[in-house]
Write a protein that binds this ligand. Sequence first.
Ligand SMILES: Nc1ncnc2c1ncn2[C@@H]1O[C@H](COP(=O)(O)OP(=O)(O)OP(=O)(O)O)[C@@H](O)[C@H]1O
Ligand SMILES: [Mg+2]
Length: 297
Amino acid sequence: MQQSPSILYASNLKKSYGTVEAIKGINLNIQGSGVYAILGQNGAGKTSLIKCALGLEKITSGTLQVIGSAPGTLQAKRQIGVILQDSDLPDLLTVKEQITLFASYYPTPFSVEKTIEMCALEDFADKRYKKLSGGQKRRAQFALAIVGNPQLIFLDEPTTGLDIEARRNLWAVIRDFAKQGKTIVLTTHYLEEAENLADRIMIMNSGIIVADASPSEIQKQSKGSVIRCETSTSYEVLQKLTGVSSVSISGRFSEIHSTDVNQSLSEMLSLDPNLKDLTVNQPKLEDVFGRLSQGVK
Ligand SMILES: Nc1ncnc2c1ncn2[C@@H]1O[C@H](COP(=O)(O)OP(=O)(O)OP(=O)(O)O)[C@@H](O)[C@H]1O
Ligand SMILES: [Mg+2]
């Protein structure tokens, strides 16, 4: 089978700012279309990775290629759309004027009208950028990221500050893009966003990718199950049962994380045959993420 070409390729990539090592050796090979989410705590290195991929920051060592080209070359730029975390735009142009200007940078852009419609910007397309609200500015920036009909789109925290409707609209456009064969690399602090959108989730922690998998695989990486019930058995006793790795109390419920759910449950039932409202679930992505981003593998 023929391998699809690499869209984003990194090999032992490192980036330091003076003595701060923001990226400490990343290997990455994103091939083909889809949505790739990068999660990670503040300062994990997400924006640094995107800035290096855009050629806005020079890498310190290793290899980095974007659509087969070196970052920052004209060839790469004409195939890439982007929202940066701290993007800002000229105040005095209207949204429509900005979109028209950006469309002119690309070889096969969408029409300005189609872009305004896709991004639901009709209500403020003729307003000057400086008169927009924070969320409206973000939506205008998104339009500029897609107007060029690029192969690869980097979105650094694209939905920060958006209301629910605007966020859902943006998700729909992103999904549509992925279906059309585009590659979207986005960073987010919202697990719901990664779970809803991403085909693959990467978790960064202190400049390293500590997990790289589909949302369901990442859930599976966290072994065991979460038993939740109302029980008269005390926290101290629950902690000592076979297979139990942690216990937490949430309102009237005890939550027991166990790697041997059958044995833990049978011991719990013999201690308290009247335990109520029992559920057994896989740990949530949020729990797994919390453990992985603290470096616990
Ligand atoms: N221009 C810069 N000069 C010096 N240090 C920087 C610079 N940009 C980033 N850093 C440092 O590099 C590290 C990674 O920062 P980066 O912005 O990549 O993190 P991030 O994962 O995007 O975080 P956030 O979730 O807060 O956006 C941090 O320690 C940060 O202080
Ligand atoms: Mg960032």
